[in-house]
Ligand binder design. Sequence first.
Ligand code: PAF
Length: 284
Amino acid sequence: MHTITHQHELREVLHDACTSGTSIGLVPTMGNLHAGHMELVKTAKASTDCVVSTIFVNPLQFGANEDLNAYPRTLEADKNKLIALDCDFLFAPSVEDLLGAYPQQQSRIHVPGLSEGFCGSSRPGHFDGVATVVNKLINIVQPDKAFFGLKDYQQFLVIRKMVSDLALDVKIIGVETLRAESGLALSSRNNYLGAEQQQTAALIYRCLIDTAASIKAGDRDYNNLETSARDRLAGAGIKPDYFSICNAINLQAAAESESQFVILAAAYIGPSRLIDNIRFELGD
Ligand code: PAF
């Protein structure tokens, strides 16, 4: 695996390495790689010829009171994991290389609608930061496909809309969430939790499964289902941010006749804000 830290060098190397007909897969990450990221790389390896993983802790997507400085940086361990998967290139630029000397002066991409509720309300500017950096990585790497985890479902929809709105020539592929045995979705933020807190946090997924089961059984009182789930989380010492039953394409509140559902959840446990979701169609 070649590790590259300058965008101009990556462009040159990819230009030389990828003859016409070579397909490129992009796996953007912020590092601290876990099995969920590995799944993205494996999926990319299986469907493209040359995989470029990126590690960049993106300051534009962190709010002033968020964990940018505390975010785990584990570059050497991450490199070894990528080498073990035979990843072709790692792009790990500095903030200055990717965003220039004045990151806050960067032009920003705003994706209206999809980026505004849920994590967009709790974390103002977050999705502008994500869309800006992902757009930049796509422009540098020029991939055929880019791979994103479906745990961050709102992010996945925001990126897919950005790519469509800006006519970018890349296919956005969503990769299913990996979970611990308890059901807890794998996330770098689980590292902030002790073993007991991780067990407690698994209740988020339990609530998603149970709410989906109630809807599949015919319950259409979404407000009541959302409130019950939030109360159940709060009763276990988890502070819910949102727990919302939505249409899976536009993230509007689910209609009574809804057929494509996503239930989105975000909650605070100890020092971590965790997100998760479950998607299903009625008639499945
Ligand atoms: O999901 C992430 O790790 C980040 O939001 C991403 C897509 C790498 C953009 O910085």
